[in-house]
Design a protein around this ligand. Structure first.
Ligand SMILES: Cc1ncc(C[n+]2csc(CCOP(=O)(O)OP(=O)(O)O)c2C)c(N)n1
Length: 369
């Protein structure tokens, strides 16, 4: 088939994808079931475990904000509100799957298995916070916006080349990250190689203070996957069950050798971008109030409480455990020897190149003085 240029209507060419990207939801904001079929595929144990993750994540966020204000930790990118897109996604993967998180996903990487004191060392800018056990399946949290996608695609392509049919890669990024070249390069190559990469774009509506409509003229972030030939979905990112079920489905699809899946999660951060940000300068109280009503924690709590699967006592237990974990992690962090310049120079390459080795020697001599 060929087309006649005179019949081409430029205005009609960019689809809105309104139908293709209808938002997937399982629980509505009150915690009522809107997709029974999907929910029936999930056991009560899985839902309770997901609830524990979310309460754990919310409590960690609250504690970390306090520690930052006390000056005990470095600057912090708050995560409250984004627990469904974070922990719903995490719950759908296993410890053998590879996680590529951003600076906002510190709770996620800790729940994936990074010792909490290492997470805290990362906040302090200590090199030991970047040194992981060889078996731990994750990269250090990426601060370069969009920078999760190229290494994530690399790991996924490696899995494909090595005929690994048992694990996938989960890469997280924000809506702002999708404006970066790295994002397109990463998803493009994952698409070309049919690599098992699941990308979750946590669309919280802002890149710091820049709203979505100033970042892209596209109607959705999900449609950015279409040009890379990647099945893409749009999910209620405040619905923990929808996130869990969608990432699980994407994982099965990728494990079957079909290639990547891209998911746009519609979410919101309740707090500031980081502790040095004042969101009141670019968001209204009404907007925040609207999103607070969609709170993923309240939503799953309502549903599980109705079913008799969750109680305030269970919630308090998770909170107490987390607080204990934080206390122990802070004590362990304090025992870490102060870092030396030579330590982080040595941490950059598996085999230190000669030019760097010379610098290491120079610093080591100074450090001995
Ligand atoms: C390459 C690069 N440019 C700019 C920054 C500064 N910066 C830090 S966070 C951020 C906004 C990112 O927004 P988004 O990807 O939506 O993620 P969110 O912070 O909302 O989770 C920017 C511009 C950076 N860290 N890296």
């Amino acid at each position: 088939m060929t087309a006649k240029l005179s019949e081409v209507d430029l205005k009609a060419i960019v689809p809105t994808y309104a139908k293709e990207f209808e938002m997937i939801q399982v629980l509505d904001k009150e915690g009522n079931v809107v997709d029974e079929e999907t929910l029936n595929e999930i056991t009560d144990e899985e839902l309770v475990s997901l609830m524990k993750d979310i309460v754990w994540g919310r409590t960690l966020d609250t504690r970390t904000i306090i520690l930052n204000r006390q000056g005990a930790l470095g600057n912090y990118a708050t995560a409250g509100g984004q627990e469904a897109s974070q922990f719903g996604s995490l719950a759908a993967i296993t410890k053998d799957d590879f996680l590529v998180p951003t600076y906002r996903d510190l709770g996620v990487i800790t729940r994936h298995g990074l010792p909490m004191y290492k997470t805290f060392l990362w906040y302090k800018g200590h090199v030991a916070g970047n040194q992981y056990d060889k078996d731990f399946q994750a990269y250090v949290p990426q601060v370069m916006v969009g920078g999760t996608l190229t290494p994530a695609a690399g790991v996924a392509i490696g899995k494909k080349f090595n005929h690994d049919t048992k694990s996938v890669v989960l890469a997280l990024c924000g809506d702002g990250a999708t404006s970066q070249g790295d994002f397109y390069e990463g998803i493009n190559f994952a698409g070309v190689y049919h690599a098992p990469l699941i990308t979750v774009i946590q669309n919280n509506g802002y890149g710091i203070s820049v709203p979505s409509n100033k970042q892209t003229a596209a109607a959705t972030f999900a449609q950015k996957g279409v040009a890379a030939g990647i099945p893409s979905l749009r999910v209620d990112g405040m619905d923990p069950v929808a996130m869990y079920a969608t990432v699980k489905k994407a994982r099965e699809y990728a494990l079957a050798g079909n290639g990547p899946v891209l998911i746009e999660a519609l979410t919101y951060r309740f707090g500031p971008h980081t502790m040095s940000d004042d969101p009141k300068r670019y968001r209204t109280d009404e907007e925040l109030a609207e999103w607070l009503e969609k709170d993923p924690l309240k939503r799953l709590r309502n549903y599980l409480t109705q079913k008799g699967l969750w109680s305030p006592e269970q919630e308090a237990e998770v909170e107490e455990e987390l607080k204990k974990e934080v206390k122990e992690a802070m004590a362990r962090m304090a025992k870490e020897p102060a870092q030396k310049v030579s330590d982080f120079l040595k941490n950059m390459f598996e085999v230190t190149p000669p030019s760097l080795a010379r610098q290491v020697k120079k610093y080591e001599a100074k450090e001995m003085e």
